[in-house]
Design a protein around this ligand. Structure first.
Ligand SMILES: C[S@@+](CC[C@H](N)C(=O)[O-])C[C@H]1O[C@@H](n2cnc3c(N)ncnc32)[C@H](O)[C@@H]1O
Length: 280
């Protein structure tokens, strides 16, 4: 199916409305590569017709298919390493200390926003389990959210191929937190019990999400327009507990984060605290 100018406009508008991802005509190869099969699957005569079908009504399976196909779910274990070093050596020990004299000394909430297939959330859980004995006795909740229902389903399943495991997971974590069966690696039940996953669009209100001590929002805002990016980080600031910490992707520019955030460097990672709440 040929992708014409009308199809490009219709798909770019649709993708922007569905998930905030900014595409233009320079991405025609990506649109064709990822959506050609859906045009056929849904019996459409053109990309513009696919876009029209995807816009027909709420909870539309065509729209869900488009989101699953167009999103880039690239991720790996302990991605970029330094945020996990900052967690391990600075942020978690201080947070645990700070919580010790509160009414909820063992309650820690972490958000992996745009969690893709779960590697980021489980890497956070492994980091916690590495340094805290008896993780089962902690009220640790790691909430992974993503707009892609396929990615969220895979995160919940917590089963990974040899190829996925080979991307960033060292032998110690593999043997400590995974079991193997049928050439797949399963995250252990203790870690799984600390992580839950839900489909959520970061451009929509964060209803019933609660507040977090730590937020990872990495490698997703780069796809958004500036205004959406700024609004996202402003709204994330409202979801943080006092003294909370935010990590963004290594290529995400500080000046686009908005005025609410104070950057700090720990263990080679840049991490942010909301300005009004910063402790240093
Ligand atoms: C490149 S992955 C990043 C995964 C992980 N945070 C990491 O850094 O390894 C980007 C993820 O953002 C998700 N995404 C894109 N637009 C989104 C939106 N509007 N709301 C929530 N998630 C979105 C995609 O489905 C994809 O899984």
């Amino acid at each position: 199916m040929k992708l014409d100018a009308e199809g490009i406009d219709a798909i770019c508008g649709l993708v922007n409305d569905l998930c905030g991802i900014y595409l233009d005509s320079s991405k025609d190869y990506l649109i064709e590569g990822r959506l050609a099969d859906l045009v056929k699957k849904h019996g459409c005569q053109s990309y513009a017709e696919l876009a029209r079908k995807a816009r027909a009504g709420a909870s539309n399976p065509v729209a869900d298919d488009v989101v699953n196909a167009i999103t880039t779910n690239e991720t790996l274990w302990f991605r970029d390493a330094t945020p996990f070093n900052a967690l391990r050596f600075k942020i978690l020990p201080e947070l645990i200390d700070a919580k010790a004299n509160t009414a909820t000394p063992r309650k820690i909430r972490v958000w992996s926003a745009a969690c893709s297939t779960g590697q980021e959330a489980y890497s956070i859980a492994m980091t916690f389990a590495d340094i805290v004995p008896g993780i089962a006795n902690w009220d640790l909740e790691i909430v992974g959210t993503d707009i892609s229902s396929d990615a969220v389903r895979r995160a919940r399943e917590a089963r990974y191929s040899q190829l996925e495991i080979s991307r960033g997971l060292d032998q110690i974590h593999q043997s400590g937190y995974f079991s193997q069966s049928n050439r797949e690696y399963h995250v252990n039940e203790v870690l799984r019990s600390k992580c839950r996953f839900e489909v959520r669009n970061l451009l929509q209100p964060f209803t019933s999400l609660g507040r977090f001590d730590i937020v990872f929002c990495r490698n997703v805002a780069i796809y958004f327009k500036n205004a959406d990016r700024q609004s996202l980080f402003r709204r994330i600031a409202e979801q943080m507990n006092p003294g909370g910490w935010l990590f963004v992707g290594s290529s995400e520019a500080l000046n686009e984060m908005g005025p609410e955030w104070t950057p700090q460097r720990h263990c080679g990672a840049v991490c942010y605290q909301p300005k009004a709440l910063a402790t240093v």
